[in-house]
Design a protein around this ligand. Structure first.
Ligand code: AQP
Length: 350
């Protein structure tokens, strides 16, 4: 079966979206619209894999689901030309995840570093959903037989697992897939991660060795998409640096994680390479570089924050977008589920 190229990716509605989510994922979501049919999902079923203290409870989940949708649209995703929806409205995600649970191996999941990081020391108390998160993620992607998945670098291992699941399903059920018309025995493509841009792993502003993340206790570790200009300026001015001037060559950034991170952010926001940025700022002090970075961040992020504010003020409009998107997503998902059920041997109404 040859697969039509299709893009799928998701963002969890937990806490505040930050510059890492924006540069690692959303900017590339916007770009991919020019060349592909895209499906962008607010993955609310993933959000509840952590404790309620993290995702904030039912009212907060609904609010953050709308906020992430608003961020997609404010950043330039067109929900009419492409599909924007929330995961829980399409039951195929859970159904396909169950089939994949019976394909994926415990040994594969035991290697997932995100589970180890998020479960921490109290692994016995982590939800089964958190452990199973990568299987649901494989189902999210393969339900639409998506071929390309724009993500930040932290999701690379999960994408490899999605490929392993697709491959094992195709192998295990090859004869059945062929008997249902796919002569090459492939029901699912092996999805490719698209890890693009100068900031595929944006680091904490307080510690250049730690990923910028929603769950960091310090708000000064990240720039939220909803931060106002003063807050952005304060956070960048307080961002950790080292006493040396900026290097003139990119390799001079290697032993300096904080400098590397700030230069990477500047490069990604301005659509330039790090080498190019260093041509302008190399040899200079951080203070003047930081001033330029503040200006750039505010210029790029303030219009998005303003538009998000406008959009979330009309929840009915956002819900209508999610309902329309989920209807269109379901039409694709239903086809995959029918085929998957036939291939596995589940009897269904015809
Ligand atoms: N720091 C980052 N740099 C680059 N890309 C990032 N992404 C997340 N953090 C960075 C990318 O953003 C997309 C959506 O991520 P998500 O919200 O679904 O999941 P996450 O990885 O759990 O986000 P956080 O902020 O890192 O949350 P916590 O604090 O829970 O760990 C993905 O494509 C991701 O790669």
């Amino acid at each position: 079966m040859s697969f039509v190229e299709r893009v799928f990716s998701g963002v969890q509605p937990t806490g505040n979206l930050h510059l890492g989510n924006y540069l690692g994922a959303i900017v590339n979501f916007v770009k991919m619209q020019e060349t592909h049919n895209c499906i962008y999902c607010v993955v609310d079923m993933h959000a509840i894999t952590m404790g309620m203290d993290v995702w904030g409870g039912p009212a907060e989940l609904a609010r953050t689901t709308r906020e992430v949708t608003a961020a997609f649209i404010a950043s330039g995703i067109d929900p009419k030309k492409h599909i924007v929806f929330n995961q829980s409205q399409v039951s195929g995600h859970a159904e396909l995840a169950w089939i994949f649970n019976c394909v994926a191996r415990m040994g594969w999941l035991n290697r997932m570093t995100q589970f180890k990081e998020k479960a921490g020391k109290d692994r016995e108390n982590a939800s089964v959903g958190l452990y199973d998160y990568p299987v649901l993620m494989a189902a999210d992607i393969l339900l639409y037989r998506a071929t390309h998945v724009p993500v930040g670098e932290d999701q690379k291992q999960h994408l490899e697992l999605s490929r392993d699941i697709a491959q094992k399903f195709n192998n295990d059920f090859g004869d059945s897939i062929r008997s249902h018309g796919a002569h090459d025995g492939m029901l699912f493509p092996l999805p490719e991660p698209l890890i693009m841009g100068a900031a595929t792993r944006v680091m904490s502003l307080r510690d250049g060795t730690k990923k910028m993340s929603k769950s960091d206790a310090s708000d000064y570790s990240r720039i939220n998409l909803t931060d106002d200009a003063d807050t952005i300026a304060q956070k960048i001015r307080k961002a950790k640096t080292d006493p040396e001037p900026l290097p003139s060559e990119e390799k001079g950034l290697e032993p300096r994680p904080e400098a590397d991170n700030l230069v990477g952010i500047f490069a990604a926001l301005s659509g330039r390479s790090k080498a190019d940025v260093l041509r302008d700022f190399g040899g200079g002090q951080f203070s003047s570089f930081k001033n330029a970075l503040v200006e750039l961040c505010v210029t790029k992020l303030s219009p998005i924050a303003g538009e998000m504010k406008r959009l979330v003020a009309d929840p009915g409009h956002i819900d209508a977008i999610l309902i329309d998107g989920s209807d269109r997503a379901r039409a694709i998902a239903d086809e995959t589920m029918k085929l998957s059920k036939d291939v596995v041997g589940f009897i269904r109404r015809r």
